[in-house]
Design a protein around this ligand. Structure first.
Ligand code: ADP
Ligand code: MG
Length: 286
C-alpha cells in the first residue's frame, strides 16, 4: 500500500507540472519548517531592465556595455539592451575579469574600468550625491551597479526585476501553513528588503556570495527542515544542502539536476501544492 500511495502522489505531481524525483523527496517535503528562496529568477521574473542612469548617460552606458559584453550575467544583458537602444557602441576591453557576486572589471583605453556593486568599490569613493541616488534607487527595489573608470565613479545604473505575478500569493499560502519564509540573495540588503516587502517574506539574508549560499542554508537547518527554491548555477550547492531542493523549470541544467523537485511551470504557488500533495500522501500512509 505504501509504494502505491507514493506512486499516486508523485504521479499526481507530474500531472500538475511538479516533478518529484522519488518518494523520499515527497516525504521530506512533509517535514519542512522553513522555505528559503533565491531572489533573481525565482521570486522575480529574472529579466532585469535598466530603469535609471545617473551621470552622463551615454558615457556611463558605453563604459558599462564595453565591460558587460563579455559577461553572461542577467544584469549584463539588461545593460547591453539599454546601450543598444541608446545606440551606444561598446569599445574593446582587455584583461576582462568577472568577479563572482561583485561585478566585472577590465582595461579600457589603458585605464581600469569596473561595473559592479559596492563590494567592487574598494579603490573608489562615492560622492554624497551618488550615495543619495543609490539609496533612493535601492529603496525602490532597484539593483544599483556602479560604473567606474580610472579611480572615479562616473555613474550609476539602476536595474529592476519585477516579482512574478504569482509570487506574493505563493508566499501568503506558505505563511498560512505556518511556515517561515526567507530570501537568500547576492543582491544588496536594501534592494532585497524592498522586494521582500513587495511579496511578503519574513526574513532577508542579502549580500551572500555564491559560495556562501549553502552555508546559509545549513545555518537555517538548525531550526528545522529547510526547503530551498532556486534557479541558478550558484544555487546548486544550496539545492543539494537543503532537506528539499526545489528547482525552477526555467533554471540552469545544474540547478535542475541538483533539485529533488522541479517546478515545470515556474510558478511558486506550486511549492504549496507540493506540500499539500505530501501531506495528503503521508496522511494516507500513517
Ligand atoms: P543573485 O544571488 O541575485 O543571483 P549574483 O550572485 O549573481 O546574484 O550577483 C550578486 C550581485 O553581484 C549583483 O546584484 C550585482 O550587484 C553584482 N554583479 C554580479 N555580476 C555582475 C555583472 N556582470 N555586472 C554588474 N554587477 C554584477
Ligand atoms: Mg537566481
Amino acid at each position: 500500500a505504501i509504494p502505491t500511495a507514493l506512486m499516486v502522489g508523485t504521479g499526481r505531481g507530474a500531472k500538475l507540472g511538479i516533478l518529484i524525483k522519488n518518494g523520499e523527496v515527497l516525504e521530506a517535503v512533509n517535514d519542512v519548517k522553513t522555505v528559503v528562496f533565491d531572489k533573481t529568477g525565482t521570486i522575480t521574473v529574472g529579466k532585469p531592465q535598466v530603469t535609471d542612469v545617473v551621470g552622463d548617460e551615454r558615457r556611463v552606458l558605453q563604459i558599462a556595455a564595453s565591460l558587460e559584453e563579455a559577461s553572461e550575467h542577467p544584469l549584463a544583458t539588461a545593460i547591453l539592451a539599454r546601450a543598444q537602444q541608446a545606440q551606444v557602441t561598446p569599445r574593446p576591453v582587455t584583461a576582462f575579469q568577472a568577479v563572482q557576486g561583485k561585478g566585472v572589471t577590465g582595461q579600457l583605453n589603458g585605464q581600469t574600468a569596473i561595473v559592479g556593486n559596492d563590494k567592487l568599490l574598494t579603490d573608489f569613493k562615492l560622492t554624497a550625491e551618488q550615495t543619495a541616488a543609490m539609496e533612493r534607487l535601492q529603496n525602490e527595489a532597484k539593483t544599483v551597479v556602479f560604473v567606474g573608470l580610472a579611480q572615479q565613479i562616473i555613474g550609476l545604473i539602476a536595474i529592476q526585476d519585477a516579482p512574478k505575478a504569482t509570487s506574493k500569493e505563493a508566499l501568503t499560502r506558505l505563511k498560512r501553513r505556518g511556515l517561515k519564509t526567507v530570501m537568500l540573495t547576492g543582491d544588496n540588503q536594501r534592494v532585497a528588503e524592498a522586494v521582500a516587502q513587495q511579496v511578503g517574506i519574513d526574513q532577508v539574508i542579502a549580500g551572500v556570495l555564491p559560495g556562501d549560499k549553502a552555508a546559509a542554508v545549513a545555518q537555517l537547518q538548525q531550526d528545522g527542515q529547510v526547503a530551498f527554491v532556486g534557479d541558478g548555477i550558484n544555487d546548486a550547492p544550496a539545492l543539494t544542502t537543503a532537506d528539499v531542493g526545489i528547482a525552477m523549470g526555467s533554471g540552469t541544467d545544474i540547478a535542475i539536476d541538483s533539485g529533488g523537485i522541479v517546478l515545470v511551470k515556474n510558478d511558486l504557488r506550486d511549492v504549496d501544492t507540493a506540500l499539500a500533495l505530501s501531506r495528503k500522501t503521508f496522511s494516507r500512509i500513517k
